[in-house]
Design a protein around this ligand. Structure first.
Ligand code: MG
Length: 392
């Protein structure tokens, strides 16, 4: 088979008229010449993959702490799973696969160590100084915190990738974000690739939390009896394969759950797009509601699954014990650094001085929050030992 030259711009790919296309991109903050052999969104994706924040996702977790076991998902494997789901759906719907990949790979870059417990703790620490929100922090990572390029801070990503990263935002913060914040003030939708990435994230984490939770023994098959999405697939699998080992049954059921949700999402979104008939991305943005979504039945199933995980997994006493420790590590680190800047590495001390000149104590707190948010689980734990264990 002859080699095919990769298309240089998105125009060469069969995209739907309502898909994002790099030739119509709202562009980058700092003007750059177009890439020679990639599309603009491929370039975004490549910058994300080469970033320091992306590498650190390997040692950050969502529910479990990184050292608890090698078989659980990390933020890195989660992001790769979200990208897989997102890209598959984007291709079927003729949306921009490269943009979807860029958004999905970047969506968790701003997460703190220790998953939701770390984010909640840091948000409480930052209450007086503007708060902390992981979604906004992901944008901060790609807009300013990555230090890799000679000409600018951050990764200088396209508007569309940044739009996808910022899933939600309060009106107060949106008002400070310029063009990117406008849609929250005007109650508009983001592009379809952003809408898709958001749902792909949900499909990935709900289903893999079932898988990880069963493997960790935090939840049981019997408990999952109340979750219709699980139960329906479980019945089919054990009737078709009665002799299968439990390990394989779980895999097979979770695989089918993901497939059910993906199929429903494709079919429902296709119908909604056909009904709305947007002629371009601007009509997607001004549509009254999101065009990517589940059917009403699947939405019910999804809510049921989320509710189950909240009650039985995230509130499980073993998870609570871990999150309680994580909470304390983040709070003690924050207080110590805010109190005594000289405990920070020198480059952060310099940043504190410059931010303090601009924003006073809130500027100082923000640099401390950036430092802590950038830590992996294991780094936060060892930093805590270095600071508070006298024998170290
Ligand atoms: Mg995620």
């Amino acid at each position: 088979m002859p080699c095919q030259v990769k298309p240089v711009s998105d125009n060469a790919i069969a995209l739907a008229p309502y898909a994002a296309c790099d030739t119509n991109s709202r562009g980058r903050q700092y003007k750059e010449p177009p890439p020679d052999y990639r599309s603009e969104y491929q370039r975004d994706r490549d910058r994300i993959v080469h970033s320091a924040a992306f590498r650190r996702l390997e040692y950050k977790t969502q529910v479990f702490v990184n050292h608890e076991g090698d078989m659980f998902r990390t933020r890195l494997t989660h992001s790769i799973e979200v990208a897989q789901i997102g890209r598959s759906i984007a291709r079927v719907l003729h949306l921009n696969e490269d943009l979807t990949e860029a958004i999905t790979l970047a969506h968790d870059l701003g997460h703190t160590p220790f998953g939701h417990a770390g984010q909640d703790a840091l948000n409480r620490c930052m209450k007086e100084y503007g708060g902390f929100e992981h979604n906004l922090q992901s944008l901060r990572v790609v807009d300013t915190l990555e230090e890799r390029y000679a000409g600018f801070s951050g990764l200088n990503l396209t508007y569309e990738t940044r739009e996808g990263i910022l899933k939600h935002c309060s009106p107060r913060v949106a008002a400070q974000l310029g063009a990117l914040g406008e849609r929250f003030l005007q109650r508009q939708q983001p592009g379809l690739e952003a809408q898709l990435s958001n749902v792909a994230d949900e499909i990935a984490y709900n289903n893999h939390d079932v898988d990880d939770g069963l493997r960790a023994g935090l939840i049981t098959i019997e408990q999952l009896d109340e979750v219709r999405l699980f139960q329906q697939q479980y019945e089919i699998v054990i009737s078709q394969y009665p002799a299968l080992t439990m390990r394989r049954i779980i895999h097979e059921v979770v695989r089918r759950m993901i497939n059910c949700q993906v199929t429903d999402l494709i079919e429902t979104s296709r119908e909604r797009i056909a009904a709305a008939n947007p002629r371009g991305i601007d009509e997607v943005r001004t549509a009254p509601a999101s065009l990517i979504g589940f059917s009403a039945t699947m939405q019910d199933f999804n809510i049921e699954l989320k509710r189950f995980l909240r009650t039985h997994m995230y509130q499980h006493y073993k998870v609570r014990r871990m999150t309680n420790k994580a909470d304390k590590v983040v709070i003690t680190l924050f207080d110590a650094f805010l109190d005594d800047l000289q405990l920070l590495p020198p480059e952060y001390q310099t940043k504190v001085i410059s931010q303090e000149q601009k924003n006073g104590i809130a500027g100082r707190a923000r640099v401390v929050a950036d430092y802590i948010a950038g830590m992996t689980d294991r780094f936060a734990i060892s930093e805590h030992v270095r600071l508070f264990d006298i024998s170290q």
